[in-house]
Write a protein that binds this ligand. Sequence first.
Ligand SMILES: NC(=O)c1ccc[n+]([C@@H]2O[C@H](COP(=O)([O-])OP(=O)(O)OC[C@H]3O[C@@H](n4cnc5c(N)ncnc54)[C@H](OP(=O)(O)O)[C@@H]3O)[C@@H](O)[C@H]2O)c1
Length: 261
Amino acid sequence: MASLTGKVAWVTGAGSGIGQAAAIALAKEGATVVLTGRRKEPLEETAAAIKQAGGKAVVKTGDLMKAAAVTRIAADIDKKFGRCDILVNNAGLNIVERKWSQLTPAGAEMVIDGNLSSAFYCSTAVLPMMRRHKGGVLIHTSSMAGRQASILSGAAYSAAKHGVVAMSHTINMEECVNGIRSCVVCPGEVATPILDKRPIPITPEERARMAQSEDVGDLIRYVACLPPHIVINEVMINPTWNRGYVANLQRMAEQQKKAKK
Ligand SMILES: NC(=O)c1ccc[n+]([C@@H]2O[C@H](COP(=O)([O-])OP(=O)(O)OC[C@H]3O[C@@H](n4cnc5c(N)ncnc54)[C@H](OP(=O)(O)O)[C@@H]3O)[C@@H](O)[C@H]2O)c1
C-alpha cells in the first residue's frame, strides 16, 4: 500500500511549478489531493494528470489572499473528507517592480498578502482539523530569500518569506503536543513560471541548470511521508550550479587578474 493512502492533502498553487509537481507526487503516494489556485484551467490540467495516473484529485479554486475564500475551501474539505492531513502551503507570487525605487504600497501589499497573509490563512484553517485527528503535517514553500534578504527577489518578497519561516517554526513550538509537524522549505532558483516576473529575463539555458519543479515536489513528498514521530523543521534546496556562487567566483577571478597586472 502506498504510504499516504487514506490521507488528504491540500496543495495551494497546484496549477503550475512546484505546487503542481508536489500534488502529482503526493497523489502517486496514494493521497487524495485538493488543488487550489485562482485559475481553474491549470488546476484542471493537474487533476487530469493525477487521474490519468490512477490518483484522486479535487479542484477548489480561490484567491488565498482573501481570508473568507480560504475559510470556505477549508470548510468544503472538512465537509467532504472530514480531515486534512497534509497542507502544502505553496502559493506565492512576485512583481516586476520590486526595487525600492519602484515599489508602491499596492505592490508591497500584493506581495505580502500573496506570500505571507495567505500562508497564515491556510495554516489557521487546517490546524483545527489536524488537532481533531491529533496529527498532520504542514509544508510551507518559503525561499532562500526567506533566510537571506535578496534584492534579486525584492524587499517585499524577502520580508514575506522571512515571515513564512518564522510562522513555520512557531507552529512546531505550539502544536508539537498535538502531534502536528511543520516544515519550511527554502528553495533557491527553480525553473518555474514565477521567474517570468524577474526584471532581468532568464534564458532557457539558465533555466535548464536550475532546480526543477519535480526536484522540489519530490522533497515535499519525502517530508509528507516521514513517520509521525519526527519532523524536518527546515530544509534548503538549491541548484548545484548556484548562479550567486558562480557570480562570486567570476568576480574573484576578475579581481585576481586585475591585481596581477
Ligand atoms: N521558482 C523559484 O525560483 C522559487 C524559489 C523560491 C521559492 N519559490 C516559491 O515557490 C512557490 C511556488 O512557486 P513556483 O515557483 O512554483 O511558481 P508558479 O508556477 O508561479 O506557482 C505559483 C502558484 O501559486 C498560485 N497562486 C499565486 N497567488 C495565489 C493566490 N493569491 N491564491 C491562490 N493561488 C495563488 C498560482 O496560480 P494562480 O495564478 O492561478 O493563482 C501558481 O500556480 C511560491 O511560494 C514561490 O514564492 C519559488
